[in-house]
Design a protein around this ligand. Structure first.
Ligand SMILES: [Zn+2]
Length: 140
């Protein structure tokens, strides 16, 4: 049974404590968009990039036992991949640890929507650093 697709038009709010938790992780905090990924995001636009994200999450992460789990998210090549490593949404082990969604069960549309909200908020924070992170969050 394939996982359902999340509704990108109705993403839930992200818990603000998440950003503080992620900032404490040296591993997570070192991820940032490179020039290539910034360009990709700027030229394609956030809505198109988020449609890719919804597809990645539904196909590579949401199944109860994703293929190559733990290695399914490349380290570069798409802004969403970077966002996934930065936010603990890269594999089911990280999703369990960072977002308390148990391994071994399919992620439903609502759970996927939350992970997509996290990815989208991170992308907004990365693409608007001059506004300060809190304000970048507020304009969403
Ligand atoms: Zn991971």
């Amino acid at each position: 049974m394939p996982a359902p697709l999340a509704d990108l038009s109705a993403l839930p709010p992200v818990a603000p404590e998440l950003w503080a938790r992620l900032a404490y992780s040296k591993f997570r905090a070192r991820f940032h968009l490179g020039a290539k990924e910034q360009d990709y995001l700027a030229s394609r636009g956030l809505p198109a990039v988020m449609r890719h994200a919804a597809d990645f999450i539904a196909t590579r992460l949401a199944p109860a036992r994703p293929a190559r789990d733990g290695r399914q998210t490349p380290w570069r090549g798409h802004p969403v991949f970077i966002a996934q490593h930065a936010t603990g949404t890269c594999c089911r082990g990280c999703v369990a640890k960072w977002h308390a969604m148990p391994e071994g069960e399919m992620l439903d549309a609502q759970q996927q929507g939350y992970l997509l909200a996290v990815i989208q908020a991170w992308l907004k924070r990365e693409s608007a650093p001059e506004q300060g992170n809190d304000e970048a969050e507020a304009v969403k």
